[in-house]
Write a protein that binds this ligand. Sequence first.
Ligand SMILES: CC(=O)c1nc(NC(=O)[C@H]2CNCCN2)sc1-c1cc(O)cc(O)c1
Length: 130
Amino acid sequence: EEQEEDVLRDLRLFLRYVTESLAQDRRFKAFAKPVDTEEVPDYTLVVKAPMDLSTLLTNIDEQKYVTVDEFVCDADLIWKNALEYNPDSDPMDRHIRHRACALRDALRSIIRAELNEGFQRACEEIRASR
Ligand SMILES: CC(=O)c1nc(NC(=O)[C@H]2CNCCN2)sc1-c1cc(O)cc(O)c1
């Protein structure tokens, strides 16, 4: 009902704030858009569930997420995929891994700093009721 839609609207605002904060950080440029599988043909052989910051924003607009944890599951794919696709000692692999770990930490840090416990619980109760 109305109160639930109010909570879910606030969730979308919060998730856009988190995603835009990451998208503005120059360190995370490589994670901004889907990896171009024409340019990187072996990418889909290694990475089974691609994800990027622009796709997160689309998912938010399409009301895919009812809790912060559901959003974090998708957001975590971005850095997990990068670690998986860049396992080697190659300088470029190491460079991308450092940025993937920075994204992992920035994501958790923004959420911990800005998320109200009661609000997260209200979202989880809506998820449980559906
Ligand atoms: C995001 C990601 O996982 C990624 N990984 C890369 N790894 C490499 O290029 C390593 C792979 N091992 C052999 C030596 N090269 S490039 C790259 C990337 C960077 C962008 O600026 C945009 C984009 O779409 C993808």
